[in-house]
Design a protein around this ligand. Structure first.
Ligand code: ZN
Ligand code: ZN
Ligand code: ZN
Length: 108
């Protein structure tokens, strides 16, 4: 089966707009390196269950530190998982996989 790796969010560039002090980061980061970037550059470690204010440019939402990456993924970088069969997009990989299992069986 052919998987379009290039279109999968892990392999796409996303612009980080996390604000440290007053400047937005503006670094283009490969999806799969985003969690590491947030940890190393912005000091966000996903072992903390306290609430923190999201410092993404323009965002003032409070999110659990452990959920910051998911929050960013869904709210700010519109990270989507596309169905390999029909191209329909989903916010989470498991939703895509569930859909894909049905989708490929129905055929065209
Ligand atoms: Zn950044
Ligand atoms: Zn946010
Ligand atoms: Zn589909």
């Amino acid at each position: 089966m052919l998987i379009r790796i290039a279109s999968s969010p892990e392999h796409r560039l996303h612009t980080c707009q996390w604000v440290d002090n007053t400047t937005s980061c503006r670094t283009d980061i490969l999806g799969q390196q985003f969690p590491a970037h947030l940890r190393e550059r912005h000091g966000i470690t996903a072992v903390d269950s306290r609430l923190m204010k999201c410092r993404w440019d323009g965002c003032r939402e409070f999110v659990q530190v452990t959920n910051v990456f998911v929050h960013i993924q869904q709210k700010h970088i519109a990270w989507k998982y596309a169905c390999y069969n029909c191209g329909m997009e989903f916010p989470r990989a498991n939703l895509r996989n569930t859909h894909f299992n049905q989708c490929r069986n129905t055929g065209n």
